[in-house]
Design a protein around this ligand. Structure first.
Ligand SMILES: [Cu+2]
Length: 63
């Protein structure tokens, strides 16, 4: 389980973009996204580095 905070994820469109980015790394990944706190929990077998770099490539800034 990976816990990320993505301050520039602010709406449903962003949440979709983040979800697609993570699933491009691991199609079986499960995400729990809280837009109010900008937190994302990712259940994945992929490495944290791979997940984060996919999110960065999608234009977001995971903390
Ligand atoms: Cu947005």
């Amino acid at each position: 389980m990976l816990d990320l905070t993505i301050p520039d994820m602010t709406c449903g469109g962003c949440a979709r973009g983040v979800t697609q980015a993570v699933k491009s790394v691991d199609p079986a990944a499960e995400l729990v996204i809280d837009l109010d706190t900008h937190k994302v929990q990712v259940k994945t077998s992929a490495s944290a580095a791979a997940v984060k770099s996919a999110i960065v490539d999608a234009g977001f800034t995971p903390a």
